[in-house]
Design a protein around this ligand. Structure first.
Ligand code: ADP
Ligand code: MG
Length: 233
């Protein structure tokens, strides 16, 4: 039987100061090695859902299991360490740190997760080599290494750094929140192929969220917010 990576049951969420439910999710499951494309218009609650899956937000009811662990039963710091150990996040705006080098940005999760550090390499040098390998595999040219990750890289290049940072140390679940929205069609396609290849190598499952369905054919499953969200507004 395939392992269930994400198992959501009866999860309801509303933002404080908003009377209405934004999310009412009777059931949503993702199994190991799936590449799931979750589509929904802007404002439909995709980023909020990813915040719940990552344990940044907590719902008002229901269970939300990641790798069998109900993360909503963990303390805030428990959720933070669970996230960095098991989930690689690629944000829409990448959140790269300008005062770190490209490789240091990629290696950042390893300073917060000993599990991922061990998987990335036995020594710091091995971990640095793994960061370089990922950057190369994601087609970031070597000569860029000395540049500042934020001010001197193009959007497409920053995205590759952010993806390498999410992938390093093989987290079980990769979550991507509209990471391709600023790219043109050719770049989006090639980026996704590289991302899929590295997810496969790492044994990671992928949950990819976007308002733009043109990429969905590349994924093993496509689902839309209105199929899983039963909120009645
Ligand atoms: P999507 O990612 O699909 O565009 P979001 O999850 O970002 O949607 O937003 C869904 C709804 O939740 C929107 O109406 C938005 O205004 C609201 N929302 C998002 N973030 C916050 C927040 N931090 N506080 C209050 N409301 C929020
Ligand atoms: Mg969003």
């Amino acid at each position: 039987m395939d392992q269930v990576i994400l198992d959501i049951k009866n999860v309801c969420f509303r933002w404080k100061n908003s009377g209405s439910l934004l999310l009412n999710l009777p059931e949503f499951k993702i199994e190991k090695h799936e590449h799931v494309f979750l589509q929904g218009p802007s404002g439909s609650g995709k980023s909020t859902l990813l915040g719940l899956v990552g344990g940044i937000l907590v719902s008002e009811s229901g269970t939300l299991k990641v790798l069998g662990q109900d993360i909503q039963n963990l303390s805030r710091s428990g959720r933070d360490s669970f996230r960095v150990d098991h989930i690689g996040f690629i944000f829409q705006l990448f959140n790269l740190l300008p005062y770190l080098s490209i490789e240091e940005n990629v290696m950042l999760p390893l300073s917060f997760s000993s599990i991922r550090a061990k998987r990335a390499g036995r020594t710091k040098i091995d971990q640095f080599k793994e960061a370089k390998r990922l950057l190369k595999a994601l087609a970031l040219e070597e000569q860029l290494a000395k540049k500042s990750p934020v001010t001197e890289l193009s959007v497409g290049q920053q995205q590759r750094v952010a993806a390498a940072r999410a992938l390093i140390g093989n987290p079980e679940l990769i979550i991507a929140d509209e990471p391709t929205s600023a790219l043109d069609a050719d770049l989006r396609h090639s980026f996704l192929e590289l991302l899929f290849g590295e997810c496969k190598k790492a044994g990671s499952t992928l949950l990819f969220v976007s308002h733009d369905s043109t990429l969905s054919d590349l994924f093993s499953r496509k689902i839309s917010m209105d199929e899983i969200n039963n909120n009645v507004n």
